[in-house]
Design a protein around this ligand. Structure first.
Ligand code: URA
Length: 422
């Protein structure tokens, strides 16, 4: 077996064996495959596709290219979202799950094109360390039940190499490569229950419901082959999640949620994840019963307490959890007014995502929306507020044109389109 032989066979549409794939990934790990050969491999996979067995073997080989963590019999939970605009779920979710007693070891990513990354958000808490060593991360999670770090070389390192090369060889948008990329990292982080939040709509990787559902089922089936408990959600990404877009505002929204359970959409999503995690470990129970437990966690202030413990343990200043409004100090506000009356028909979520990125980067700010699709607005109503440290630097931002308003009534959108435990 040699590299050239594997490459030529994949080029010629042969199905690679488990040994072929393990050999290739191992060789990348050892540094004996050069970047041009990795690029050729990825392009051949992209063009010719991978069948189910190949995808499974690639997932396993990538997971095994670094440390594979294990949490024994603990009720460990991991959540993965395929990314969207305004998706701050992870930061709000972890303390909720952990407050109930689930173990939540989480490795999160940075920004991918127009979608914001969890790491950029959490790093806005002064002192917070996203770069714990794996051994410190494991110790922390075992001690307090919660930890959030950025991607590290110690977990699925070859996936990291592939990802970098995919990003500049036009080989990101292959559903099998995406699947093996996500699934290998989830396997390596080692939780027993994994929930996939597959976004669907104009602001996501998959624009149609059918494509999102198919991906959700495929990735769950792969994880089940590795004896994981799994569940999926298909959730709407035709408008941002929650009210805020932009790292600082999203962090504010996620931490405020722990006190207020607002906004409604974030609460709905987090309850769904909580409920699926509960059912995965305790069996099917009436939604009403789970809702009681969920309410109690908030009422007793345990979400906030847990978040304080978590942030302190990772070196961050807990005053931002106690009072998230500190995050908004020094920001100025500009109102975005509606120039017409009517109903919100839709939003250009990708452009909103890019504006959020620009505002985060340039003026340390973001957007707070007052409207959702289906809402009625009058001319002159405030559609959204833009926040910035220096409002004089807000050149050429046309947020209003991202919001489509027409006279005809438009239905409100459901957030959760489907959700199942498999
Ligand atoms: N997220 C990942 O982790 N990998 C991909 O390939 C795409 C999205």
């Amino acid at each position: 077996n040699n590299i050239l032989n594997v490459l030529s066979r994949k080029r010629d549409k042969e199905i690679l064996s488990r040994e072929d794939i393990i050999f290739f990934v191992k060789s990348v790990k050892e540094g004996i495959v050069d970047d041009s050969q990795i690029a050729a491999f990825l392009m051949a996979c992209f063009i010719n596709g991978l069948d189910n067995e190949e995808t499974l073997h690639l997932t396993q080989a990538l997971a095994n290219s670094g440390n594979v963590l294990s949490w024994g019999k603990a009720m460990s939970v991991d959540k993965h979202s395929t990314g969207g605009v305004g998706d701050k779920t992870t930061i709000a979710l972890l303390p909720v799950l952990s407050a109930y007693g689930f173990l939540v070891p989480k490795m999160a990513g940075r920004r991918l094109s127009y979608t914001g990354g969890t790491i950029e958000k959490i790093e806005l808490i002064p002192g917070y360390n996203t770069k714990l060593s794996i051994s410190d991360f494991v110790k922390q999670v075992e001690r307090i039940g919660i930890g959030l770090i950025s991607q590290t070389e110690e977990i699925a390192p070859v996936e990291g190499t592939f990802y970098k090369i995919r990003n500049h060889t036009g080989t990101v948008e292959s559903s099998q490569l995406i699947l093996s990329s996500i699934a290998s990292k989830k396997l390596a982080v080692g939780s027993n229950f994994i929930i996939f939040d597959i976004k669907s709509g104009s602001g996501s990787l998959f624009s149609s419901y059918t494509a999102s559902l198919e991906f959700a089922k495929n990735i769950c089936n792969v994880m089940k082959k590795f004896n994981k408990k799994v569940s999926y959600i298909v959730s709407d990404m035709n408008q941002p999640l929650g009210k805020c877009v932009g790292n600082r505002l999203e962090l504010w929204e996620a931490l405020s949620f722990l006190h207020t359970r607002e906004p409604y959409s974030l609460d709905k999503l987090i309850f769904n994840i909580f409920s699926n995690s509960y059912k995965a470990y305790f069996g099917i129970a009436p939604e009403k019963e789970i809702n009681k437990i969920y309410n109690k966690i908030f009422e007793e202030g345990r979400t906030v307490q847990k978040a304080i413990e978590w942030i302190k343990n990772q070196g961050g200043d807990p005053k931002y959890v106690e009072n998230p409004d500190y995050l908004l100090n020094g920001l100025n506000k500009v109102e975005i007014l509606s120039s017409e009356s009517g109903y919100i028909q839709g939003m250009d979520v990708r452009r909103i995502g890019w504006i959020g990125h620009y505002l985060s980067d340039r003026v340390d700010g973001g957007i707070v929306f007052n409207i959702l699709i289906g809402d009625k607005v009058e001319k002159g109503d405030v559609l959204a507020n833009i926040y910035a440290r220096d409002i004089n630097k807000l050149e050429n931002i046309d947020l209003a044109s991202c919001i489509d308003i027409k006279e005809s009534i438009c239905k409100k959108r459901e957030l959760i389109l489907d959700s199942k435990i498999l």
